[in-house]
Design a protein around this ligand. Sequence first.
Ligand code: NAG
Ligand code: NAG
Ligand code: NAG
Ligand code: NAG
Ligand code: NAG
Ligand code: NAG
Ligand code: NAG
Ligand code: NAG
Ligand code: NAG
Ligand code: NAG
Ligand code: NAG
Ligand code: NAG
Length: 564
Amino acid sequence: MSCLGFHCHKSLLMIIFLAFLGLISFPAEAAIKKYQFDVQVKNVSRLCHAKPIVTVNGRFPGPTIYVREGDRVQVNVTNHVKYNLSIHWHGLKQYRNGWADGPAYITQCPIQSGNSYTYDFNVTGQRGTLWWHAHILWLRATVYGAIVILPKPGTPFPFPQPAREFEILLGEWWNNDVEEVEKQGFKMGLPPNMSDAHTINGKPGPLFPCSEKHTYAIEVEQGKSYLLRIINAALNDELFFAIAGHNLTVVEVDAVYTKPFTTQSILIGPGQTTNVLVQANKVPGRYFMATRTFMDAPIPVDNKTATAILQYKGIPNTVLPSLPQLPAGNNSDFALNYNKKLKSLNSAKYPANVPLKVDRNLFYTIGLGKNSCPTCVNGTRLLASLNNVSFVMPQTALLQAHYFNIKGVFRTDFPERPSTPFNYTGVPLTANLGTSTGTRVGKIAFNSTVELVLQDTNLLTVESHPFHLHGYNFFVVGTGVGNFDPAKDPTKYNLVDPVERNTVGVPTGGWTAIRFRADNPGVWFMHCHLELHTGWGLKTAFVVEDGEGEDQSILPPPKDLPTC
Ligand SMILES: *[C@@H]1O[C@H](CO)[C@@H](O)[C@H](O)[C@H]1NC(C)=O
Ligand SMILES: *[C@@H]1O[C@H](CO)[C@@H](O)[C@H](O)[C@H]1NC(C)=O
Ligand SMILES: *[C@@H]1O[C@H](CO)[C@@H](O)[C@H](O)[C@H]1NC(C)=O
Ligand SMILES: *[C@@H]1O[C@H](CO)[C@@H](O)[C@H](O)[C@H]1NC(C)=O
Ligand SMILES: *[C@@H]1O[C@H](CO)[C@@H](O)[C@H](O)[C@H]1NC(C)=O
Ligand SMILES: *[C@@H]1O[C@H](CO)[C@@H](O)[C@H](O)[C@H]1NC(C)=O
Ligand SMILES: *[C@@H]1O[C@H](CO)[C@@H](O)[C@H](O)[C@H]1NC(C)=O
Ligand SMILES: *[C@@H]1O[C@H](CO)[C@@H](O)[C@H](O)[C@H]1NC(C)=O
Ligand SMILES: *[C@@H]1O[C@H](CO)[C@@H](O)[C@H](O)[C@H]1NC(C)=O
Ligand SMILES: *[C@@H]1O[C@H](CO)[C@@H](O)[C@H](O)[C@H]1NC(C)=O
Ligand SMILES: *[C@@H]1O[C@H](CO)[C@@H](O)[C@H](O)[C@H]1NC(C)=O
Ligand SMILES: *[C@@H]1O[C@H](CO)[C@@H](O)[C@H](O)[C@H]1NC(C)=O
């Protein structure tokens, strides 16, 4: 050993110094990050109303999971409330490990009152902002938090290093008990009451009564740049977000780096995340951040504006902030143009591996419908479907049924295309609003490439739908307004640098084409991330079969997996 005495110390110090600068990196020992999530009731007051809400560790929003790429995460979730529940780690790929994905009755039975379950997963090949939320009933209204995945030690961001970063969680608030609201809607067969406010980090801001204490604020220093990790945790609203006087440079969505572009407002659907850089380069003062709903169909929504404050250091709280101009609530053009600007970074280090050859072509229509319901207000119940199948929740989790080969829980004959094609976005549309129901899923061979076109329809009404796929990211290769044209539209696909994400908005009266390689065996939920529509059956799952290889099959279930 030559490492003795002073010289050794000096070179060791030099190595430590270089490592500190990020100039060299060690094959980092993957850390195990452990969290305790106590799901418990907490009395919280907003908009002059106090009420008990379901929280994690009494916090609203819940705690941030803060990890590095490569880490192992173990979250012991203990249920102290009266509801069955489960938690989803939204956007984490969970390779071979659907047991830790979380949607109740899809990958696991819920954690019942008084019980615990440890979600144990590795964060592999992903870095950026994701989030976690309850995945049963409407509990995610208050049970949600951020997941921040830093790059591996020594790996910088592919954009200028910000002075600081902030998590910005956009949400919705109901003055009444959200489970009562949901139940009432279901009983009536109608949409439940819309929310009473939007929130930024759980706070509605000073445009609402009793909100002086309930305003989120960040402090910035003139000349510095900041990274905002923005998450749409709202149940039912796609949202615009902007900061008065300040542009936003989008650098990442859904934990995938993008080609940077600058915009005055972003559009973010429920389930999506967007990282933006903000330069504090304005006259020092106080500026509102604001968020409000995007809705370009004739459907009533909560269109109230939540605000938070960006405050320059040294500016007193008495200075009145100015409001940003958000796009008009129904501005479809903004939405289409904004989504067009999103492109994968597609660099040597972060390539966009878009499947060029497609093994399976799927075409799913999104429809709303009405079925008979004698006890409902109108004698009918509203529901929603993909290819005219409204998904019925099973009583055994699909992943268990698949893994243990339990028969009779689901069928694998989900239609690959509509059985009776029609003019999907025609006006007026005279198609029958009756909808079929069933627990039907699609079966996909391991490592095959899938193209799925999601087509909105005018059944009852056209509307924009944010679709989320579990277990995968996908590439958004094309999108358009009207009916998808299988002859012409694919020639216009972007197969070079399409945006890669886990949740995508299908435009109102339009279509979106996504591609992914089915290299993650398991049962993966796919659903509209508007909770209202998930509840109405706008969901299905893919059963991705095991591969032949040793490391290409579903891992054995953990010992503490909840049972039904
Ligand atoms: C919640 O707090 C409010 C105000 O402090 C109080 O009036 C109410 O009784 C509390 N509710 C519960 C369930 O503790
Ligand atoms: C999870 O937390 C509960 C409640 O604190 C505890 O009883 C249980 O032992 C924990 N489980 C593990 C695996 O640590
Ligand atoms: C996570 O990684 C560790 C260390 O490589 C491994 O022991 C463990 O089985 C992995 N867990 C999952 C769920 O893949
Ligand atoms: C829904 O709104 C109606 C009308 O404002 C109100 O009467 C009803 O109590 C609300 N329901 C719930 C569960 O909050
Ligand atoms: C914001 O961007 C617009 C157009 O991209 C530009 O005209 C404007 O000067 C920018 N404003 C700031 C404050 O950088
Ligand atoms: C907001 O919604 C309410 C109720 O649906 C409606 O009356 C109002 O016109 C809407 N405001 C805007 C700016 O769209
Ligand atoms: C958007 O809403 C405004 C009123 O808020 C209305 O004047 C305008 O016609 C609407 N635009 C579209 C495209 O529907
Ligand atoms: C239900 O009935 C009410 C009046 O009772 C009517 O205004 C509403 O349009 C109906 N809704 C649906 C979805 O049928
Ligand atoms: C579909 O409906 C649209 C809008 O009503 C109409 O313009 C179009 O011609 C229809 N297409 C076909 C093939 O009938
Ligand atoms: C959907 O299925 C129902 C029930 O089988 C049927 O009545 C209806 O015509 C179908 N609708 C479409 C658009 O295929
Ligand atoms: C999946 O298929 C691709 C293309 O044929 C191949 O390069 C890759 O190694 C396969 N992956 C696995 C896990 O088998
Ligand atoms: C909780 O889940 C179990 C297992 O699926 C089920 O038997 C029970 O009815 C559920 N309880 C409630 C309150 O939904």
